[in-house]
Design a protein around this ligand. Structure first.
Ligand SMILES: Nc1ncnc2c1ncn2[C@@H]1O[C@H](COP(=O)(O)OP(=O)(O)OP(=O)(O)O)[C@@H](O)[C@H]1O
Ligand SMILES: [Mg+2]
Length: 327
């Protein structure tokens, strides 16, 4: 929804959320190899899981998933869901019981780790497998659900559930619904969502997303909730190698290229940023923002170098090290 972009930016800017566990992750990861030099086996860590079939109906989905760097556990889980849906279809064709499963999910992970992207992909998968009628994603957060007076929250929440019917309702920063305690309208939103899960059983999939620690606290303080969300997906922070691979994919998608010196500069920037913004590093979104900024700097540089004529195809594509700067 509209509030989303602003909220994400504000979240990136905020160092308020202190998550000490991340420090441990970064140290362990950096111990593996020199992040500036990269990892010779980096390509192995991007999709193309050997254990998943490379042909058949799944192949199309595999292609979509291959566009995502890393996230191996998530890819396995998506395959598990795909397999189940496929087998359920065969079972009902064979007049065997094919009772619908519950697919409501919890996504845990830091900003920019791919939660919204995967939710959108799952919505499409569910639609193509006949589990959901439309396969759209309605992305909301606290401000979209919570109203200003008694009854307003239930009404707002119900309207959004209706909008999500046939698709996925994705509640970002779900823990913020429990922020104000018993008297807060957030609680009314949770209660309305839980009721909607019963009222519209199998008509939509509810995904609650948020930072790992906050979402775990949220689930602990709402003991009735965890059992309603049988699928939990953890989105780990990306390594520098993975972030570079993500950058390469994003530049290719946009018809730009990164020179080897540019990749080196980007690596330096990523190592620096991961150290400086240890608690609020925004992973792939940081990469996207750096690239978009580099694209703007490249435009300014090219116009000053070639004030009257086109710089030519190679120059139009190449992002140089001087174009890459911190945010
Ligand atoms: N594994 C990945 N491979 C390639 N691109 C990725 C990957 N993960 C994320 N991205 C890209 O990074 C950007 C941010 O991802 P996304 O919005 O899905 O993150 P998020 O976890 O929902 O973040 P937030 O919690 O801040 O909402 C998007 O442009 C997305 O395409
Ligand atoms: Mg998101």
């Amino acid at each position: 929804m509209n509030a989303r972009a602003g909220a994400s930016d504000a979240r990136e800017a905020s160092a308020a959320q202190k998550r000490p566990s991340r420090q441990i992750n970064v140290i362990l990861r950096n111990a593996d190899h020199d992040p500036l030099l990269g990892n010779a086996n980096a390509a192995d860590s991007s999709g193309n899981l050997k254990s998943l079939p490379q042909s058949g109906p799944w192949a199309e989905w595999q292609k979509e998933l291959d566009r995502l760097v890393g996230l191996d556990d998530i890819k396995e889980l998506v395959y598990e869901i795909y397999a189940l849906l496929q087998i359920m279809q065969y079972r009902s064709e064979a007049s065997l019981q094919a009772q619908p499963h519950v697919y409501h999910m919890i996504f845990k992970g830091n900003p920019g780790t791919g939660k919204t992207t995967v939710a959108r992909l799952l919505a499409k998968l569910f639609q193509s497998m006949g589990l959901l009628a439309k396969g759209h994603l309605v992305e909301v957060e606290r401000a979209d659900l919570v109203g200003e007076y008694i009854g307003h929250t239930a009404q707002k929440t119900r309207e959004l559930v209706k909008k999500a019917l046939g698709g996925v309702l994705f509640v970002d920063e779900a823990y913020s619904l429990a922020r104000g305690g018993e008297k807060d309208f957030g609680k009314e939103a949770i209660d309305t969502l839980v009721k909607a899960m019963e009222d519209y059983k199998n008509q939509f999939v509810l995904i609650l997303a948020g930072y790992t620690l906050e979402i775990e606290t949220f689930l602990m303080t709402n003991p009735g909730l965890p059992s309603r969300f049988p699928i939990q997906m953890v989105f780990p922070d990306y390594s520098v190698d993975q972030l570079v691979q993500i950058a390469e994919g994003m530049t290719k998608d946009r018809d730009y290229t990164l020179l080897p010196q540019t990749i080196y500069k980007l690596r330096q920037l990523l190592v620096q940023e991961k150290t400086d913004a240890i608690y609020d590093f925004s992973n792939a979104r940081f990469v996207r923002n750096v690239l978009e900024r580099a694209i703007r700097y490249q435009a300014v540089r090219l116009l000053s170098q070639y004030p009257v004529a086109s710089p030519g195809r190679q120059e139009l594509m190449a992002l140089r090290p001087e174009d890459v700067r911190g945010l």
